[in-house]
Design a protein around this ligand. Structure first.
Ligand code: ADP
Length: 395
């Protein structure tokens, strides 16, 4: 069975065609600048050369057709016709309180995605366009929506509720949802498999450009750091993570800016970028810090301290922990950051084998010593595979 995984952004479309017999990627690629001048498709069939098509893509429907053409291309393609694709799995950001699992797309599901436009204003409209473009290009094929909020929807109410008047939950579904859910689901599930323990208590640190952390038991969410939107929680590349909401009022009043403008600052100009004034990219900040930049050093200090604090609170939430797993760009690659975070965890009996830690760059590994009371793991996330697996379950 071959599953096409689609991840639509407002002007982009990422795809992977996965053969689910052996979970191998047949081809992957990216359409960029959809609806903007200079659009291009970059197609990478496994084992063959990259293939770039520079052509106008006025909308996502055109992009989906170009993806199918590339997949079926006589020279660069990997399938002969679209019938070889059994189903399409879509990453969808927000399902509000309606879905806590992936679901087959129906008109009702599309209505929910549409109803959640204000909860996911950048992603949900693009996700819906992607679904409709696939329906048009491949009529009759099952489409599955895999929601980023699904994992967090399973957290208990006590973890989901904000301490604000209950009427806002009733009226507007204001609660904590959590994001990166597909990644947390995949990585926590794979960690349980590595431990050979179905009910393992796992903390996953997804440290990428966006960053979040989750606590789960047997792959079921107990808590996760992002909230109503992906702004809550850890310090990220450009997002602030947790701040006192009174900061918003204070800065809006003093700088004479609107709440919307302030939210843009918190989402796009804060985090490592805002704290350092240098870059949102972790490697740039690390380099600046090594060159003696004090703000860069402070930002990294605050970054790792925030992660360590969350780990502590999640150990309390779980009443213990079997494994702490690092994933995403920083988590998979920065042995320094893993080491520095684990320095805070001596009280848990965590011991890192620094040789193993340094060797584990972008690959699955246990980096703790055999005596460590908690297993420390590096595990590359694979949201596309997780989406494909969910799709297979439903078709
Ligand atoms: P996203 O998918 O959220 O855009 P990624 O998971 O790709 O982000 O992570 C991007 C982050 O990972 C960047 O801050 C980047 O600097 C960091 N990163 C990538 N490779 C490395 C590396 N080898 N060492 C340290 N950090 C890295």
């Amino acid at each position: 069975m071959k599953v096409l995984v689609i991840n639509c952004g407002s002007s982009s479309l990422k795809y992977q065609l996965i053969d689910m017999e052996n979970e191998s990627v047949l081809a992957k690629g990216l359409c960029e600048r959809i609806g903007i001048e200079g659009s291009a498709l970059t197609h990478k069939p496994t084992g063959k050369d990259k293939y770039v098509v520079e052509t106008a893509m006025p909308d996502h429907s055109v992009a989906v057709k170009l993806v199918l053409d590339a997949l079926m291309d006589s020279e660069h393609g990997v399938i002969e016709n679209a019938d070889e694709i059994t189903a399409i799995g879509h990453r969808v950001l927000h399902a509000g309180t309606v879905y806590s699992d992936a679901t087959l797309v129906t008109e009702d599901v599309k209505k929910v995605v549409r109803d959640c436009f204000d909860l996911g204003p950048l992603h949900n409209p693009a996700n819906l366009i992607g679904i409709e473009a696939c329906e048009e290009a491949m009529p009759g094929k099952p489409n599955v929506a895999v929601f980023d909020t699904a994992f967090g929807m399973n957290m208990p109410q006590k973890a989901a509720m904000y301490g604000i008047p209950y009427e806002y939950y009733e009226k507007y579904s204001i609660r904590r949802y959590g994001f990166h859910g597909t990644s947390h689901m995949f990585v926590s599930g794979e960690t349980c498999k590595m431990l050979g323990k179905d009910d393992a208590k796992v903390i996953v640190c997804h440290l990428g450009n966006g960053a979040s952390i989750s606590a789960s038991i047997g792959g079921k969410c107990v808590d996760t750091s992002m909230g109503l939107t992906p702004l809550e929680g850890l310090i990220m590349g450009t997002r602030s993570g947790d701040v006192d909401p009174a900061v918003v009022q204070f800065i809006c009043n003093h700088e004479n800016i609107s709440v919307d403008e302030m939210l843009t600052i918190l989402n796009k100009k804060s985090g490592l970028l805002g704290m350092t004034g240098i870059s949102s990219d972790f490697r740039d900040v690390r380099k600046a810090s090594e060159e003696g930049n004090e703000r860069a050093a402070l930002a990294l200090d605050a970054y790792r301290y925030r992660v360590a604090k969350y780990i502590g609170s999640y150990v309390a939430a779980l009443n213990g922990v079997d494994a702490i797993t690092f994933t995403a760009g920083v988590g998979e690659n920065s042995w320094e950051m893993r080491s520095e975070i684990c320095e805070y965890l001596g009280y848990l009996g965590v011991e890192v084998d620094e040789e193993k830690n340094k060797a584990a760059i972008g690959e699955q590994a246990v980096i703790s010593t055999p005596d460590s009371k908690v297993k420390i793991i590096v595990l590359p996330t694979n949201e596309e595979l997780a989406i494909a697996r969910e799709t297979v379950k439903l078709v």
